[in-house]
Design a protein around this ligand. Structure first.
Ligand code: HEM
Length: 376
């Protein structure tokens, strides 16, 4: 995803630019933002090859993890594994919800809940202690919203080196074993390696999986509960709540693409040195496609109208392979929580925590069991 400028509130700044300049505009030198839904999809579909092939998920320190065939294989195998895991372990979700404290701090509580549920799918049922401890710490120190800022550059640098060491050692062990059915996402990544693939690159792709599962899904759960708790709509269908949360506050809120050659983008010229940014946050609030675009109205999904301006999981060849599992598990959790509890949300700010991902504001969630709240 694209680095943020120095704006105090980057989302407001983008809205203002769109208001002033229309749905395709420049922000800073060489950054072209796109908020028109049809054009956004055209760019992401890239049918005419006007953009270099790109996937945020597979971006690593040295460039893009590849070849593309390996990316596709990892995406496919990850989807199969997570689907199976979700089905086999769905019956554990009620106990996880019952285990939530009557008062908890979010979005961290959501990230931890999702991570703990999916930990065996990430690193196996009985991971070596060093692996488990390291991956647990990655969640605490890098996945939770704002966690990175609590550590100095030096501490982050040392921690990254340790994480790389532990993951590379485990990946090397797994690559040396005969490959069978992958038992977890670390296997998915290790098995996809060809002879020349570096363990360190595989470790980075595994970390993308960890961020997607514990980070993105956890934030989506956080947004859904925050919105239900603050807007208090009539009991809404969990699937509509989750979709509406993804519309208003898409966790993946902008995707960068590099033009492969100079071409026209609406009234602007996109050059290979530019970055074209498809902004799902703006696409999802396009007033031509959504009535009252800034309002949380889960019931709008009853008719399905406006969906052509909905790209929370991207679009085209690089669209998210985990979308089905991510929405399904979030819907289940939202359904379990909102049917068992009345939600009380207390937040000091209503603004999202904006970084590469769009995380909800920090909020305290009070859960009052429905039977008590109703006096039954
Ligand atoms: C709420 C949760 C999630 C959101 C919002 C999300 C969002 C996205 C978006 C927007 C893209 C496209 C990025 C681009 O075009 O540059 C993407 C790609 C991808 N996502 Fe997700 N994701 C989520 C969860 C997951 C999960 C749980 C997995 C499983 C490991 C996953 C695996 C992937 C993969 C493999 C790709 C790359 C596809 C490709 O380039 O072929 N995602 N995701």
């Amino acid at each position: 995803m694209t680095a943020l400028g120095p704006d105090a509130d980057p989302l407001d700044a983008l809205r203002k630019l769109r208001g002033d300049h229309g749905s395709v505009f420049t922000k800073g030198r060489g950054e072209i933002y796109v908020s028109d839904p049809a054009l956004a999809k055209e760019i992401l579909a890239n049918n005419e090859g006007l953009f270099r092939d790109h996937s945020d998920f597979f971006r690593i320190r040295t460039g893009m993890f590849g070849p593309r065939s390996t990316q596709v294989e990892i995406g496919r195998a990850a989807r199969v594994l997570l689907r199976r895991y979700s089905q086999d372990h769905a019956d554990e979700l009620p106990a996880r919800v019952a285990g939530l404290a009557p008062g908890s701090d979010w979005p961290d509580a959501g990230n931890r809940l999702v991570y703990e549920h999916f930990r065996p799918a990430l690193i196996g049922d009985a991971p070596p202690a060093a692996l488990r401890e390291t991956v647990d710490q990655v969640v605490e120190r890098a996945v939770l919203a704002g966690a990175r800022d609590r550590y100095s550059r030096l501490a982050r640098h040392r921690f990254r080196a340790r994480v790389r060491r532990v993951l590379c050692a485990e990946i090397a062990l797994r690559r040396a074993r005969p490959t069978g059915e992958p038992a977890d996402l670390l296997d998915v990544v290790a098995h996809a390696a060809t002879g020349r693939t570096r363990d360190a690159d595989l470790a980075e792709v595994f970390l993308s999986c960890l961020f997607a599962v514990a980070g993105s899904v956890g934030f989506l759960l956080g947004w859904s509960l925050y919105l239900v708790g603050t807007a208090a709509p009539e009991q809404a269908h969990p699937a509509w709540v989750v979709r509406e949360a993804l519309r208003l506050w898409p966790v993946a809120w902008q995707f960068g693409r590099t033009p492969s050659r100079e071409h026209q983008l609406a009234a602007l010229t996109a050059k290979p040195a530019d970055e074209v940014v498809v902004c799902s946050y703006l696409v999802h609030r396009d007033p031509a496609h959504w009535s009252e675009p800034d309002e949380f109205r889960p019931d709008r999904w009853a008719s399905g109208a406006g969906q052509e301006a909905f790209i929370p999981f991207g679009w085209g060849p690089h669209a998210c392979t985990g979308a089905g599992v991510a929405t399904q598990v979030t819907e289940t959790l939202v359904g379990l929580i909102t049917s068992a509890y009345r939600l009380g949300v207390a937040a000091t700010s209503s603004r999202p925590q904006v970084s590469a991902a769009l995380a909800p504001p920090r909020f305290h969630l009070r859960l009052d069991p429905v039977s008590l709240a109703e006096g039954r």
